[in-house]
Design a protein around this ligand. Structure first.
Ligand code: PLP
Length: 421
């Protein structure tokens, strides 16, 4: 494959944009391909190469790229203007749909990204409980804001150390970390800190280290423990929301968290974040309560229109049901290839999420770190040259969309068979 135009663009971009990219995960070495367009399950670069896309913009594009129903909704909105700075009926329509799908969400607020949603939900949890500490899961990702940008310390439960220069330790000292799927450690840390512990925030299925699934009963135990100790439970459903089931992981696992954060799919590909939950907690948000939160682009009419269109499409066409079955079939197809060629690797995931783990069957972050990330990158490049775009990191999730065809799946399985290292 020829990547000359992408290479030239990268050389220009890197003089103006750090790393030549607007978000670090896009920085493929030696240079990323620059996208010209995307349609259905395919993404096309500036050199005219086509790839079957399993990044799917890191999750939002559940119907594939450029789906007519969503495009039409955005086009219709453009005729009416795309930013008002006032409330609109669209927010009410969108909120009604979300409250129907998520019984734990009595009230919600719209923001412009998943990061803003988790940042606001954590501030709200602290404001409501008047406590400072939070527990996050080691390796869990909740966006790039200060309180959650914390790597594990030497012991998993030590006070958080900032993951990036520029974050004062005084900000992250309130962020405790525990290993996913370890209920004993969670119990211990909750019990020791409950007097100053505002919330536990977790991705019900870890999505930012490949999909790692909860052990049977783990999430139920976390729900019970948090309730018993007066600690709020925040489900970060930015990836799982509207994907695992119409009501996301909450419906799939039958759990009612106190607060939920949503994003990605909810905006049909337009920027969005949502946080919502119990009425008594949400009423603490300004202007009803003292916890401040605001945004120029919040409830953006285009995001609302695209969001309403995608939620209606998902409902009318029972998309999650179809995709969950297709995901099972595709993971089985990949597993057959992987177990044959590399019995020490595994295929993980559920619903429309999948990953090939280059080592073992990880149950938490430390397990994932044992995978051979360098080998994965070798595989990534070979797959790209075979016309398949996987996430450029072992620690990311692959997404299938409604636009992926049986032919895409068989071509991908053949490419995996050829390229697995
Ligand atoms: N929470 C989770 C679970 C995510 O996966 C992400 C992004 O990938 C975020 C929050 C942050 O969302 P955004 O990138 O829209 O700020």
């Amino acid at each position: 494959m020829n990547f000359d135009k992408s290479e030239n663009l990268y050389n220009e971009a890197k003089t103006l944009i750090p790393g030549g990219v607007s978000s670090p995960v896009r920085a493929i070495k030696p240079f990323p391909f620059y996208t010209a367009s995307a349609n259905g399950s395919k993404i096309y670069d500036e050199d005219g190469n086509a790839f079957i896309d399993y990044c799917m913009a890191y999750g939002p594009m559940i119907l594939g790229h450029n789906p007519p129903a969503i495009r039409q909704a955005i086009e219709n909105q453009l005729d009416k203007g795309w930013l008002y700075g006032t409330p609109s009926a669209l927010e009410v329509e969108m909120a009604t749909r979300i409250a129907d799908l998520y019984p734990s969400i009595d009230m919600m607020r719209f923001v412009s990204s998943g990061s803003e949603a988790t940042m606001s939900a954590l501030r709200l949890a602290r404001g409501f409980t008047k406590k400072n500490k939070i527990i996050k899961i080691e390796g869990g990702f909740h966006g790039a804001h200060d309180a959650v940008l914390v790597k594990a310390g030497s012991g998993a439960t030590t006070h958080g150390e900032p993951n990036s220069p520029g974050i004062p330790a005084s900000v992250t000292e309130h962020t405790l970390q525990v290993a996913y799927n370890d209920i004993e450690q969670m119990t211990d840390v909750i019990e020791k800190n409950k007097n100053d512990l505002a919330a536990v925030i977790l991705e019900p299925v870890m999505g930012n280290v490949g999909p790692v699934l909860p052990k049977d009963g783990y999430l139920q135990e976390v729900r019970k423990l948090t309730a018993e100790n007066d600690v709020l439970l925040i489900f970060d459903e930015v990836i799982t929301g509207f994907r695992l089931a119409p009501g996301g992981a909450s419906e799939y696992f039958g759990i009612k968290p106190d607060l939920t954060t949503l994003g990605k799919i909810a905006g049909g590909g337009m920027p969005i974040g949502i946080f919502g939950g119990r009425k008594d907690i949400m009423e603490m948000i300004s202007p009803n309560g003292p916890v401040y939160q605001a945004g120029t682009f919040s409830g953006s009419p285009c995001s609302m229109s695209a969001g309403i269109a995608v939620l209606d499409y998902l409902k009318e066409n029972k998309v999650q049901e179809t995709l969950n079955k297709r995901g099972d079939a595709f993971r089985k197809m990949l597993s057959d290839v992987v177990s044959d060629k590399k019995p020490d690797y595994s295929v993980g995931g559920l619903s429309s999420l999948f990953v090939i783990f280059f080592g073992g069957k990880p149950m938490n972050y430390q397990d994932v770190l044992k995978c051979d990330a360098a080998k994965y990158m070798e595989f990534f490049h070979k797959m790209l040259n075979s016309g398949v775009f996987l996430p450029p990191s072992q620690f990311e999730t692959n997404f299938i969309s409604l636009a992926h065809t049986d032919e895409d799946f068989s071509k991908t399985a053949e490419a995996v068979e050829k390229n697995l290292v």
